[in-house]
Design a binder for this molecule. Structure first.
Ligand code: XMP
Ligand code: MG
Length: 184
């Protein structure tokens, strides 16, 4: 099988349609919660880029985007535990309603780091939307306000999520085989 469609062997966890339906539901919830207000969607690069694009188009309240980038994972499936800011916010968030948009809430280290960082800028409110939640892996006491799907402890790819930077453009969310070879 050629490298470009190797992911076809990975089992589908959530189809495009399931993701679209759940994203639309979260969008309606955000619309209700922020009716008459403005929100700033802060996407965590790179994994949340595709979720943010779809979520943003599922909401009708006034919204702007910003992005931050952090590093926590290396090339493979293991985390180093350390979170480092690689790209900061571009726009001021003081007095704004912030929704941090994440692909996966896993140990919680990334979101804790970002929440502490953003709270120093004194936003009016700060909530979190995570497409996926792996509650069994949590090391920090943090939950998302909007969760797409709760999943067991299994590494996933697609819909923005990667293994060694690959598979972000896969349209559904797939389970990564645990014996998949390390890629360089
Ligand atoms: P923490 O542990 O800080 O991790 O909550 C959040 C970040 O870890 C990445 N992550 C994954 N990425 N498949 C991925 O492609 C996964 O199964 C997975 N689990 C965690 C992700 O970047 C997330 O933002
Ligand atoms: Mg990643």
């Amino acid at each position: 099988m050629s490298p470009s469609n190797i992911h076809k062997d990975f089992p589908i966890l959530f189809s495009e349609q399931q993701i679209a339906e759940r994203t639309a539901e979260i969008g309606r919830q955000i619309d209700a919660d922020y009716a008459g207000k403005s929100v700033v969607l802060v996407g965590v690069l790179k994994g949340a880029a595709i979720f943010l694009a779809d979520l943003a188009r599922s909401i009708t309240v006034d919204c702007t985007f910003d992005f931050v980038a952090v590093s926590s994972y290396g090339k493979g499936q293991k985390t180093s535990g350390a979170v480092k800011l690689i790209k900061d916010l571009d726009l001021p968030i003081e007095g704004k309603n912030i929704i941090v948009v994440e692909d996966i809430l896993d140990t919680g280290l990334t979101l804790c780091f970002l929440r502490n960082l953003f709270e120093q800028h004194r936003p009016r409110s700060l909530r979190v939307a995570a497409l996926l939640d792996k509650p069994s892996r949590r090391l920090e006491k943090i939950e998302a306000d909007y969760v797409g799907f709760k999943i067991p402890n299994h590494f996933v790819v697609g819909y923005g999520m990667d293994y060694a930077e690959r598979f972000r453009n896969v349209r559904d969310i797939r389970l990564m085989p645990p014996d998949y070879p390390e890629m360089h």
